[in-house]
Design a protein around this ligand. Structure first.
Ligand code: ATP
Length: 444
């Protein structure tokens, strides 16, 4: 993890938020390469979901009517048990003490549960994870609103708007990508648990009785999505929630977990939420949230199958999964260590790098022309400094799948060398085929 965090900063994937002021706990900024990778993750998800004829997109506001969070159960139930150490003042989630370390520097490496056993902790208190703020100039209870702790509720309250405007019928889904905020007691493990993060949620509305079938369908599809973008099957697993651990709204729930360097961690949850959400919004708003089927003349409250992925957590899984240190030959036949990010080409922040072998003989002009031509379709990087071997290493480290080099042969036959990141195999292609070559590989 330390190597990855330092690569992220050095190469511009992720920076600490407000770093020059000492940072803000649980908040991170995406740098030039990070923002491309994150956009690509979200784009892949959005395309996978909304290219289906039975899924519509939406972008709901972050601030919502406060009654939404009463109906959803968040005001009452979205709490974590919190304890404080009376001695060092560190704060812990009472249900996560097993993994926590004592906050006192004098006892470095000491496990927090030892302090607990010695009676240093306060009683557990429930702490609501929603961030509260106020609309308008007066900070009074009547103007309090919450930063949404999940994007799902924006979908539920718009169920009938989307259904009637897009003329969908259950089974159909609504997809949304957006920021969510949780005032986590302990943020940790880099991007894994942050206070501000992005979710990619798709809520699928189905007729009661067909919910189990659709639940199994989406559980499989979501696992396939991660596998299809290159994550190894040995690093992914399902974790089924035991009946006594199910959330108050759920009939069944599976997490998709990724094996991070610190252990298995949830990257997506798939839940059978029954008719809980729509029924509660109907009850709290007084507005009917039922669907009327014109053909069968049935009126019913759809069940919801939720697929809820963290964009930031998925980003981190793709990042961790891509990182390798490998032996690679140098140009003079010796072996050296190369750091490679084996991103799926569609996720890679930069798709191709263009190098003139030397900065003379007309090579830079041809290389710049090629760069301009490719830039119209892809994110490209131009590099003319240092030995080509070093330029390859710099691109390997950020996961650029293709490097195109203009050399003396280009001047004779208008071909370029394409070097593929994972195999390091080089081949020659016509310069006029370069854009088509990259495009084909991205969609292979
Ligand atoms: P956890 O048990 O890890 O707190 P959760 O079960 O509360 O997660 P959900 O409410 O199901 O998570 O949220 C759906 C997804 O949103 C999670 O799978 C995760 O990818 C992401 N997510 C939730 N909380 C955070 C957070 N604090 N930081 C980053 N991503 C998060």
């Amino acid at each position: 993890m330390e190597k990855l965090v330092s690569l992220c900063k050095r190469r511009g994937f992720v920076f600490q938020s407000s770093e020059i002021y000492g940072g803000l706990n649980g908040c991170w900024d995406y740098g030039p390469l990070g923002v491309e990778l994150l956009r690509n993750v979200k784009e892949e998800w959005w395309r996978t979901m909304t290219s289906r004829e039975d899924i519509e997109g939406i972008d709901a506001s972050i601030l919502m009517h406060p009654r939404v969070w009463e109906a959803s159960g968040h005001v009452e139930n979205f709490t974590d048990p919190m304890v404080d150490c009376k001695e060092c003042k560190a704060r812990f989630r009472a249900d996560q003490i097993e993994d926590a370390m004592c906050g006192n520097n004098a006892y470095k490496g000491r496990k927090a549960h030892k302090c607990q056993a010695e009676g240093k902790f306060t009683e557990a208190r429930q702490f609501n994870l929603m961030f509260r703020t106020f609309v308008g100039p007066v900070e009074e209870a009547g103007s309090a609103v919450y930063l949404r702790p999940e994007t799902a509720q924006g979908i539920y309250v718009n169920f009938l708007n989307v259904q009637s405007s897009s003329r969908q019928k259950p089974p159909f889904g609504i997809a949304q990508i957006g920021k969510a905020f949780r005032n986590e007691i302990n943020t940790k493990n880099f991007l894994f648990r942050t206070r501000e993060f992005e979710q990619m949620e798709m809520q699928f509305f189905v007729k009661p009785g067909t919910d189990e079938e659709w639940f199994n369908y989406w559980k499989e599809r979501r696992m396939q999505w991660f596998l299809g973008l290159g994550i190894g099957s040995e690093k992914l697993q399902y974790h089924r929630h035991e009946p006594d651990k199910l959330a108050h709204y759920a009939k069944d729930a599976f997490d998709i977990e990724y094996l991070f360097p610190f252990g298995w961690g949830e990257i997506e949850g798939i839940h059978n939420r029954t008719d809980f959400d729509l029924s509660r919004h109907e009850q709290f708003s007084g507005k009917a949230m039922k669907y009327f089927d014109e053909q069968s003349k049935e009126r019913y409250t759809p069940y919801i199958i939720e697929t809820s992925a963290g964009a930031s957590r998925s980003f981190m899984a793709f990042l961790v999964d891509a990182y390798r240190e490998e032996e690679a030959p140098t140009s003079d036949g010796k072996m050296e260590l190369r750091v490679v990010m084996h991103f799926h080409p569609r996720l890679a922040p930069i798709k191709a790098a263009v190098f003139p072998l030397v900065n003379r003989d007309g090579m830079p002009e041809i290389a710049q022309k090629l760069e301009t031509a490719l830039r119209a379709s892809f994110k490209v990087f131009y590099d003319d400094s240092g030995a080509v071997g070093r330029r390859y290493r710099r691109q390997d480290e950020i996961g650029t799948p293709f490097c195109l080099t203009i050399d003396s042969q280009t001047l004779e036959d208008q071909t370029v060398t394409v070097r593929e990141r994972d195999t390091m195999v080089q081949e020659r292609i016509g310069i006029d085929r370069a854009a088509a070559y990259v495009r084909e590989k991205l969609h292979a």
